[in-house]
Design a protein around this ligand. Sequence first.
Ligand SMILES: NC(=O)c1ccc[n+]([C@@H]2O[C@H](COP(=O)([O-])OP(=O)(O)OC[C@H]3O[C@@H](n4cnc5c(N)ncnc54)[C@H](O)[C@@H]3O)[C@@H](O)[C@H]2O)c1
Length: 320
Amino acid sequence: MTKKQILITGGAGFIGSNLAATFIKKHGRDIVIVDDFSSGDWKNLIHVDCEVRAADCDDAALLQEIAGGRYEAVYHEAAITDTTVMNQRLMIEVNTNAFAKILEAAHQSETRVIYASSAGTYGNSAAPNAIGVGEDPENIYGFSKLLMDRIASRWYGKHSAPIIGLRYFNVYGCGEHHKNERDGTKTASMILQWYEKAKAGKPLRLFKYGEQMRDFVYIQDVVDANITALTSTQSGVCNVGSGQARAYNDIVDCLGKSLNQNFTPEYFDNPFPFFQMHTEADLSETSRILNWQPQWSLEAGIEDYIQQLETGFRGPQVSV
Ligand SMILES: NC(=O)c1ccc[n+]([C@@H]2O[C@H](COP(=O)([O-])OP(=O)(O)OC[C@H]3O[C@@H](n4cnc5c(N)ncnc54)[C@H](O)[C@@H]3O)[C@@H](O)[C@H]2O)c1
């Protein structure tokens, strides 16, 4: 029997394009990408040989295909990913309502759904962040993702195929250049933003005093967790992080080591009242549901990423 196709919504984006590249080049899978190109970039797909469609992720024809059982699994990565967007209705329509429609369609064919949630669901609750604890988002983006997790959980008992939410923490790696090239806000990881500043001979500017802690997770780990979710037998929400909180100052140190330079950061006041001060993924549910562990430390991930950037490679990368 021929294997069914795998659908990736938001596949022109950072995580979706890395997932597609790995599925195609490493696993020989037949991928369909649907993206509205609102924030993603065609350049991510130049070397990703698959069907690419420009459409909304809740396009009626697409929902019919899902309901009709065309796909082995739906990977839902499409979303408004700029966390500074404040339009509440728009955020819920694009992130939450569209996902609810995908779940309804998937239910008709009992199709597996693996979707992108976010550490934004935890807001500024005390770390380590565990599923079901301190889910108190600080912005409409985090709330839209929390709603997705709640909607998904209502299907668990009724839907025979697994529905798996992956709460990504701060993801960095090849394939995120477009997030620095859009008009207005730059939303690529600080690793890429500061790399570009360093290469331009500009100072690395950090919110005072660079001590805020985040769980930074390398794209290769994120892709690996997604691929593991294709065979997991249970539904649930899982954190996808490195399991370690690190300070923004640590990134500057890692960049300095990888580029063989000494950086003296410039500190300035943080303008964002909703900024998360400390995130750290508790991975116990991830172990239980996915039996998955991250492989990349911040040091190793940044070193690998910088090596790619220094060759001019933009990604996406095939996860090893
Ligand atoms: N990158 C991170 O650190 C991070 C952290 C937590 C969660 N996430 C989540 O992971 C997913 C992927 O994020 P990313 O970093 O790749 O962002 P991205 O902006 O690079 O990718 C999102 C993609 O979705 C597409 N899209 C947006 N709205 C759409 C719609 N209505 N229909 C079809 N396509 C649409 C965009 O054009 C883009 O290609 C998102 O759901 C995001 O919220 C990312």
